[in-house]
Ligand binder design. Structure first.
Ligand code: BES
Ligand code: MN
Ligand code: ZN
Length: 460
């Protein structure tokens, strides 16, 4: 969607946005149209009971003197129509315009979106244009994540995913490294390897290093779960809605989008992104419930449920990340548990953290971006629950507090002194309805949240 900002409308775009404050008069261009149309704008406003309340938009079609098919009157509430209002509205329109329609070859024309360009009329047009440039870059990153998360699992598998990461991020000055099965096994990542071993597709571990900070500035790290399809493995999932498990790589997708966003705006930080990519399949070579594997950390894991695979790929990714990049803090994102949906539905991502300030900052960034988190507890009783008589730990607990069990499993792979947060995004990675700034489908949850978090708390 093309979005432009003008002091006075050029009347060429598909829609034209003007602002109206609560109880205030009409903006200049709108007043001119009102006059030209014999008071039609004011009549439409009165008929709709439009009061200029914040967030309300009135669409008036078919005015003379507007080549735009719609005049959109946007309510401001008590605020003034400044650059921030204008750029914020445009960002919302842009984020809402996303569609994943590359496979809709027979879609009738009347179902395709017709609105291709929007003109926002505001006095502070130049400043709004500048503000919006930054938002447009961020939206590009969000769209990359949405494309990845929406993609079909026969098209997006570990190898093709890794290729896209290289293609998208290397040109931005990010160092992309891809490890394949041979290296993964050689490095001792037995847990990650066990998840990939049932699939014809080789698992991959991809690292992305962006150095926007000073030489001696320490790395911060983001680690993502990238299960490109989760059948459950031998602990096979039921058939209903299994197609949803194509987006079991949304954590990895968000990390990739975030890296694009940070490099795109030349953020002044040293950041490493690590994604573990695997396909969880049942087959003659798949891992079995009862298998015991050795992780890169040296700790052994008894796999009692092959469907609890996210923690298995993440534990090796987390360890590798710490060994190789020595980050001061790690934030992981994963569609880890169905239980987090039971707890928080689709309104909040679950946040687990071993450091209070980190948790507080993430909660704040979540509120500001509308990608909200809810702080969940850690408790040593849950840590005990994953002790196994046969290995250092098992990959499931006794059946309750499923999301916390997943978090405690991951915590066993965090080295002393590292601040860590785990975001369980199983409930928010995909939206079954249209929401503010998120059309139905892949949300790219985490990209805007973490971009804001980095800008506010790490770029100092
Ligand atoms: N990918 C799933 C979690 C999930 C469920 C994400 C629904 C999105 C929607 C994960 O790998 C999984 O299967 N978790 C199991 C864990 C259990 C076996 C301990 C679950 O939640 O049932
Ligand atoms: Mn699973
Ligand atoms: Zn999964």
């Amino acid at each position: 969607m093309k979005i432009s900002f003008e002091i006075k409308s050029s009347r060429k775009a598909g829609a034209c946005v003007v602002f109206a404050a609560e109880g205030g008069g009409l903006e200049e261009s709108a007043a001119a149209w009102d006059k030209k149309n014999g008071g039609a704008v004011k009549r439409a406003i009165a008929a709709a009971g439009f009061e200029g309340k914040k967030g309300k938009i009135l669409a008036i079609p078919g005015l003379a003197g507007v080549s735009a098919s719609y005049l959109l009157v946007a309510g401001l509430g008590k605020a003034a129509a400044g650059d921030a209002a204008a750029s914020g509205l445009a960002t919302g329109l842009l984020l809402n315009s996303y569609r994943f329609d590359k496979y809709l070859t027979r879609e009738p024309k009347e179902k395709k979106p017709t609105l291709k360009s929007v003109e926002v009329v505001v006095k502070a047009a130049a400043a709004a244009r500048k503000k919006f440039d930054a938002s447009r870059k961020l939206a590009d990153a969000v769209f990359l994540t949405r494309d990845l998360v929406s993609e079909a699992p026969n098209v997006l598998y570990p190898e093709s995913f890794a290729k896209i990461i290289r293609r998208e991020l290397a040109p931005l000055g990010i160092t992309v490294k891809v490890l394949g099965r041979k290296e993964i096994v050689k490095l001792g990542m037995g847990a990650l390897a066990s998840v990939g071993q049932g699939s014809a597709q080789e698992e991959k571990l991809v690292t992305m290093h962006y150095k926007g900070g000073s030489k001696n500035q320490k790395n911060i790290a983001f680690v993502g779960k990238g299960v490109t399809f989760d059948t459950g493995g031998i602990s096979l999932k039921p058939g209903a809605n299994m197609g949803d498990m194509k987006w079991d790589m949304a954590g990895a997708g968000a990390v990739v989008g975030l890296m694009k966003a940070l490099a795109g705006r030349r953020a002044k930080v040293n950041v490493v992104g690590v994604v573990a990519l695997a396909e969880n399949m049942p087959s003659g070579t798949a891992s079995r419930p009862g298998d015991i594997v050795k992780t890169m950390s040296g700790q052994t894991v008894e796999i009692l449920n092959t469907d609890a695979e996210g923690r298995l790929i993440l534990c090796d990714a987390l360890w590798y990340c710490q060994e190789k990049f020595k980050p001061t803090q790690i934030i992981d994102l994963a569609t880890l548990t169905g239980a987090i949906i039971t707890a928080l539905g689709h309104e909040y991502g679950g946040l687990f953290a071993n450091a209070e300030p980190l948790a507080k900052h993430l909660l704040g960034a979540g509120k500001e971006t509308g990608e909200e988190l809810w702080h969940m507890p850690l408790n040593d009783a849950w840590d005990k629950d994953i002790d196994s008589p046969a290995a250092d730990m098992k990959n499931i607990g006794s059946g309750t507090a499923g999301s916390a069990i997943g978090a405690h499993f991951l915590r066993r792979f965090i080295q002393p002194g590292v601040a860590w947060a785990h975001l369980d995004i199983a409930g928010v990675a995909w939206s079954n309805k249209d929401r503010t700034s998120v059309p139905k489908g892949a949300s790219a949850f985490g990209v805007r949240l973490l971009d804001r978090y980095v800008a506010e708390y790490c770029e100092k």
